[in-house]
Design a protein around this ligand. Sequence first.
Ligand code: GLY
Ligand code: MN
Ligand code: MN
Length: 466
Amino acid sequence: MTLTPALRDLYAQRRLHLAQQLGPGGIALVPTAPSYARNRDSEFPYRHDSYFYYLCGFTEPDAWLLITADGETTLLCQPKDLEREIWDGYRLGPDAAPAALGVQQAWSSQDIEQRLPRLLENRHTVWYPFATHQGLPQRLDGWLSKVRARVRFGVQCPSQQRDLCGLLDEMRLVKDDHELDLMRRAARISADAHVRAMQVCARRLRAGETVREFHLDAELLHEFRTHGSQFPAYGSIVAAGANACVLHYRADAAEIRDGELVLIDAGCELDGYASDITRTFPANGRFTAAQRDLYDLVLASQTAAVQATRAGARFTDPHDATVRVLAQGLLDLGLLQSNVHGTVDDVIEQRHYFRFYMHRTGHWLGMDVHDCGSYVEPGEAARGTPRRDPLSGETINDRPSRILRPGMVTTIEPGLYVRAADDVPQAFWNLGIRIEDDAVITPQGCELITRDVPVDPVAIEALMQA
Ligand code: GLY
Ligand code: MN
Ligand code: MN
């Protein structure tokens, strides 16, 4: 692999930006992800570490980056090895790496035990991602003890270790143009995949064929791979009927029946960047009245959340907007009763809605589907307000939520999940509905990058007739 000059520059700029935050004598150590055996000679599909990739764009396993405070970067990577390359594939190798990737020097990762202590000599602080790589602190201890053994030769041993995640999380939270371009492309592929799955579902049912969840999973995968996506960004959820009320359900073998709703939560990963879309649609292409009532409520709550998503707003504003609409709607539809649950403010304060809506309205999205980045505004983190949670009875220290800025990307994904129960109108039993879009924060509001698959129920019905 050889990066284009533009990408080499981009990664070099990111490394320099990081280097400038390391302080005098700082050095950052960033390993990529390990590969995992599935069984015997088979491995799980390899996926690089996101922090590592963000800093160099290199996707081979068994690689390490070291970045000093003046921006000099050393890569340790797999050595060239004809026999291994015949079995496992091409390796860039340390000789070609500087020109291909724009790092200053590269060594074989097989020499890591000798190289690492030398690279850590005379540094003051070692930065690495805490609690992310199993066994890394122990390995670092071993390398530092080798440095210490050479103190009598006049070298200095680092005396501080600091967590690199905070610095990289802040950088990754605001996406640059290259990242936004990839995320828009990933979003478009995923949206097309949802349209395809909806249409196949209705067509097969009309033809009298059996449709199972895995049939629609196959349609999603077909569209992802046809357009160059390497993997799904997470395990696809294709949930027929009542299965939609299981939040982390996976596409399985249940039959999708005429008259049921189908919930699909699926998004592809494209060149390291995730997309994350949920649509809920009637299997046969026509909503029933009760399905439509609940769907319209979730959609109204999403519209309120979208309107609350803009630069300068807090991360929790869309959630609060969603909850207010859902709370009122649950009262209006009789899922909650005012003589039992009180006013809409009571429903919100006492969290009565939680029985039907038990997750947050969004999360950061980027290289990881639940991407990194603090949800608390850094400058205000000390300003906690304790409150008693009415459901758990625990005291929660609410700290001011993150202020949204242009280039941040969040999902907006309200839902309602109604299980069968005596105190719930039967027409709503076993309905699970979620509508999820990906939003780029802009100076004026937000850009929904996943709307190539519609959310409007009439538009969904129309495309399913096509
Ligand atoms: N697909 C995972 C999520 O929506 O958070
Ligand atoms: Mn999501
Ligand atoms: Mn999702």
